[in-house]
Design a protein around this ligand. Structure first.
Ligand code: FES
Ligand SMILES: [Fe+2]
Length: 342
């Protein structure tokens, strides 16, 4: 079974699991998710021990057991199996996994897996979504760890090419994280006006990437270039990079929003959160549409002419290998820790 299940991963928005089982892919394997008679989410290997039919194509019985669609063998949340036609049959269990329902997602792990945490004090949950990228995990992560592509790939957030000379950038490579800060002029975006952002405002995008599991948490806000005062909306957005298989990555995204105007009437805050979720989703759609064109990029960066904005990319690759994949490290000293800025 996948070693990556030593970390809980948010594999499915919780609202997507109702009365029928759902097939979930993770690291090339299939899992059958279902809710038992108490509504508790469960996950079993999506392969019946009898003749390997997919349990996710079955149904949940009134007693909360998942029944195989082929010969009706049925299983509880711990995977303990029974055969209706051979009631005395033993050794007919299927592997079960741990599931946690939290922050709008169902998280899959093995017993004793570690659960990541986020500081969200002062923020309200705006919503969650899961978006599939046709690219390996590291390619999706490479895209999300630099903003140099912003004027070319994106629609609303960030700056235009004419303002690239004003972009401020800082990156820190830590022992188990990378931290990045961007500040640049917000491009004209009428929709951003709805959340109190004006064109020419400072757009701030600060983030930290961690690798247990792979998650980048963005802090996005705007400020007035004259007074430095923050505009009404701030976002905190943890994005989990979930490998469905070697070629496909799901970005499981939680959007938190905060009003910097103090407490707002409920309907106004509800609208602000809806806009925040829509803005983030729309920008991710832009990334998805582009990333498929670079899906075959090799993991090794040898031969690429990297620039200063790629500094986190090289470090991320090392941390992916050491922390997430736990692959033996190359003992040759890294050359390109600080790519030249020219
Ligand atoms: S394959 Fe599942 S009961 Fe036969
Ligand atoms: Fe992007």
């Amino acid at each position: 079974m996948s070693e990556l299940l030593r970390y809980f991963h948010p594999v499915l928005p919780a609202r997507k699991l109702g009365k029928s089982p759902v097939k979930v892919s993770f690291d090339g394997k299939g899992f059958a998710f279902f809710r038992d008679h108490e509504g508790r989410a469960r996950a079993l290997l999506d392969r019946c021990p009898h003749r390997f039919a997919p349990l996710s194509a079955g149904r949940v019985r009134p007693d909360g057991r998942l029944a195989c669609p082929y010969h009706g063998w049925h299983f509880d949340g711990q995977g303990r199996g029974k055969s209706p036609s051979l009631p005395q049959l033993t050794n007919c269990d299927v592997q079960a996994f741990s599931v946690v329902e939290q922050d709008g997602f169902l998280w899959l792990g093995r017993e004793g897996a570690s659960m990541p945490t986020h500081e969200t004090t002062g923020y309200e949950l705006a919503g969650v979504f899961a978006m599939r990228f046709d690219a390996p995990l590291f390619v999706a992560l490479d895209n999300f760890c630099e903003d140099e592509h912003t004027p070319y790939v994106h629609t609303y957030l960030g700056w235009l090419e004419r303002d690239v000379s004003t972009v401020e950038f800082e990156a820190e490579n830590g022992p188990d994280f990378t931290r990045v800060r961007y500040r640049a002029r917000q491009r004209p975006a009428p929709i951003a006006r709805l959340v109190g952002v004006r064109s020419g405002d400072w757009f701030h995008n600060d983030w930290v990437t961690r690798f247990d599991p792979v998650c980048t948490t963005y802090e996005i806000f705007w400020s007035s270039p004259e007074t430095g005062e923050r505009r009404p909306l701030s976002l905190r957005v943890p994005v989990y990079f979930v490998p469905l298989d070697e070629r496909t990555t799901q970005l499981s995204t939680v959007v938190y929003a905060r009003s910097d105007l103090g407490p707002l009437p409920r309907p106004v805050m509800a609208l602000l959160k809806k806009l925040a979720l829509g803005l983030v989703w729309n920008e991710f759609k832009d990334d998805r549409a582009f990333v498929k064109h670079v899906k075959d990029t090799p993991f090794e960066t040898k031969g690429m002419r990297l620039g200063k904005f790629d500094k986190p990319l090289i470090h991320n690759h090392k941390l992916l290998e050491r922390i997430y994949w736990q692959r033996p490290q190359d003992s040759t000293p890294p050359k390109a820790d600080a790519p030249d800025a020219s």
